[in-house]
Structures are given as C-alpha cells and as structure tokens.
Design a protein around this ligand. Sequence first.
Ligand code: GDP
Ligand code: MG
Length: 207
Amino acid sequence: MSTQKRSLLKVIVLGDSGVGKTSLMNRYVYKRFTQHYKATIGADFTTKELDIDGKSVTLQIWDTAGQERFHSLGAAFYRGADCCVLVYDVNVLKTFETLQIWHHEFLLQTNPSDPDSFPFVLLGNKLDVDGGKSRVVFEKTAREWCGSRGDMPYFETSAKEDYNVDDAFLCIARTAISNQHDEQEIYFPEIIRESNSEIEPRERCAC
Ligand code: GDP
Ligand code: MG
C-alpha cells in the first residue's frame, strides 16, 4: 500500500451560463463532449487524480448548477478554494465583460488574506466555433485583462475539439498547489457523507 500523501485541491469554475464550464470539466475528466445543452443539476464536484511534479494530487473540481444565472452560488461552493478558474466564450462579448463581476464576487465571498496574489486562471473557450470567424474577443484583449490582474495565466480552449484542455488543467493544478491551504477544510455534501457512513469506521486509523 502506498504511504504517499495525496493532496486534495479544491478548484472552482466560474463564468456565465453557456460558456462551456461543464463541457470543459467533462472533457478533462471523462474525455467526452456532448452538443446537447443540459443545465447542470445540483452543485457538484468531480475528482481527478494526477501525479504532478512528483506529487500525488486529487483535483476536486466544483461545477455550478445553473445558479450562475442568478450569481447566487452559496458559501459552500467558494469555501476553501485553492484556485478559481474563470471561463468566457470568445464569441460572446458579454461573457468577457462579466468576468469582472465573477472575479470581484469570488474575492468578496472568500476574502483571501492577499487578494492580489490569489490564483486565478482564465479560459477563453469555444475557439472552434465557425472556424474562428465569429470570434469577438481577441487574445490580445484577454491577455491585457489578465496582465492587469497579477498576470493571471490564460488559455484558449475548445472543449468540443479537445484543444488545450489538458494543458489548461495542468496549469490549474500547479496554480492550486502553489496556494494549497495548510489545513484542508473539505466540504462533502450531506448526501455523500450519509452514503459513506457505513465504511467510515474502516477508513479510520487505529490510533
Ligand atoms: P456551462 O453552462 O458553462 O456549463 O456550459 P455547457 O458546458 O453546458 O455548454 C453550453 C453549450 O455550449 C453546450 O451546448 C455545449 O455543447 C457547447 N459548448 C461547450 N464548449 C464548447 C466548445 O468548446 N465548442 C463548441 N462549439 N461548443 C461548446
Ligand atoms: Mg454547466
């Protein structure tokens, strides 16, 4: 049995409804994509285990449940985040303009000790649409936005065509590691806690 410590990193994904947050997560974790629009039901997280720079980490990626429309995600969603991923659609200007609100809201909710150095990563998604002809937000503009916010890393992605998604999440994992909390406060929804209650005693160590 491995005695290596596995770190748990909480990553939250924010951005307007329809920009492809759920699709990016599904592409990265399950290697799949669906054209059918389905609003995510119930605040949810998905985990992905990976080895990175010799460390074993579990990424816990939190996706919104469609409540992003109302900008009301609740404190549990934000609690203990190690990295915040902001997503916009390069073909829809409004989704880029709203980033400012998401960025502000995250800092308001989490109140990090040093807001200027909290790790964010920006993703400009749906790069594939119309072969790039319908694009309205250009890379230069996005990079300038990132530059004025502590040199936030930026990736242009396509969840549909699996472009840059792995690279983006690798950077997200590294960024989260750099901000890892010493004391992990891991939030599990009630339903998961209940369903795991039977196996809990076996998982506890003997001491
Ligand atoms: P969310 O509301 O931000 O979670 O967005 P979804 O992941 O549900 O995606 C909204 C719609 O955009 C769905 O119909 C997806 O199939 C589509 N979509 C997501 N990512 C891409 C992409 O990279 N390219 C294209 N062409 N469509 C995408
Ligand atoms: Mg979604």
